[in-house]
Design a protein around this ligand. Sequence first.
Ligand SMILES: Cc1cc2nc3c(=O)[nH]c(=O)nc-3n(C[C@H](O)[C@H](O)[C@H](O)COP(=O)(O)OP(=O)(O)OC[C@H]3O[C@@H](n4cnc5c(N)ncnc54)[C@H](O)[C@@H]3O)c2cc1C
Length: 363
Amino acid sequence: MSAGPGSWLSHVDLAGFTSFGVSARARFFASLQQEDELPTLLQEADDKDLPVLILGGGSNVLLTADFPGLVIQMALTGIVVRPDPLSAEHFLVTAAAGENWHALVEFCLRNQLVGLENLALIPGSTGAAPVQNIGAYGVELSDVLVSVRYFDRRTQQVHQITAEQCELSYRDSIFKHSLKHHAIILSVCLRLSKGAAPVINYPALQQALLHSRRSATQPTSQPTSQPTPQQVFDAVCAIRRSKLPDPQVLGNAGSFFRNPQVTLAHCERLQREWTDLPSYKTDSELTRKLPAAWLIEKAGWKGYRTGDAGVHAQQALVLVNYGEATGVQLVDLARKVAASVQQRFDITLEPEVNILPASVWHA
Ligand SMILES: Cc1cc2nc3c(=O)[nH]c(=O)nc-3n(C[C@H](O)[C@H](O)[C@H](O)COP(=O)(O)OP(=O)(O)OC[C@H]3O[C@@H](n4cnc5c(N)ncnc54)[C@H](O)[C@@H]3O)c2cc1C
């Protein structure tokens, strides 16, 4: 890596900046430490006709080629907590985009702010959390999000929109659609409560909590009491550590595909043939969500490996880089997986991971 214009670095290998760990170079690279540096940075990129890529923790991107423009890595920090003027039990937590998400979850737990414990150990930055409305173990960002502040590249202004205006849904938001390429998220504001009961309706979480209670060596004084946020946090961390590969050890970006939504008729047709196919309710009575991991496993891909690209042996939804896989090799594998699911179940899998450039997926 060498120095480029101003504070930019040039020809930076991004392998260490993404959780897949695939090698791809950024023509220019800058780390954003201060909000007020952003307009100049973007103006300089525009003057040079360079495309811009915003990177948080790189845990939801797969680079298939060198990036020909400027990569801006969000390094904005700062967390502010204040009472919610509308509710005595709630607090508003405003966190800068570059704050590590898991560290924010831990911060809130330490300060008795309840609501994020189910989202523990999701890798990446706080600024990326609204982009795909992160979710896990029965909670989504949409449950706690109040507003998002972002810099709009078209107006050159900072705007603030409410959670409702973010159009959050399952792994989706306005930042993937009309604000894609325009909005650079600077901070998010969350509403958390003191003393609320944590959410424990997700079956795998309930089981883990029950199990940890049964196997506790010290009997508690109230064995049937509600679990504490700390217990939920610990259970979520334990489940995730047992099920998901650590990107520090095995390159990956979590779930590679979104869980597909199909019509109720399609779901029932499949369940007549595969009686063990699970399905989940959606907002509509006419559709069902199916677990992509189940479909991929049934199609025979779990544990498959070609060169250094593979489908994880314990979690079929996670594609992994065993070392030297390229982005193109991982995309090739993903396309084969999707094609076989399509052929077997007549279901189109869509990537949850941001493949760059996006055209590679549809090529
Ligand atoms: C092991 C593992 C487990 C995971 N588990 C989950 C899970 O349970 N639930 C879940 O929802 N996700 C999960 N993920 C996916 C990932 O952690 C989340 O999507 C996370 O929010 C990505 O954050 P990031 O900072 O790494 O984003 P990046 O990968 O850096 O970026 C993702 C996208 O957001 C854009 N972006 C990033 N920051 C900004 C910003 N400030 N402004 C505008 N655009 C921005 C990028 O351009 C890119 O398009 C997992 C990933 C891994 C590796």
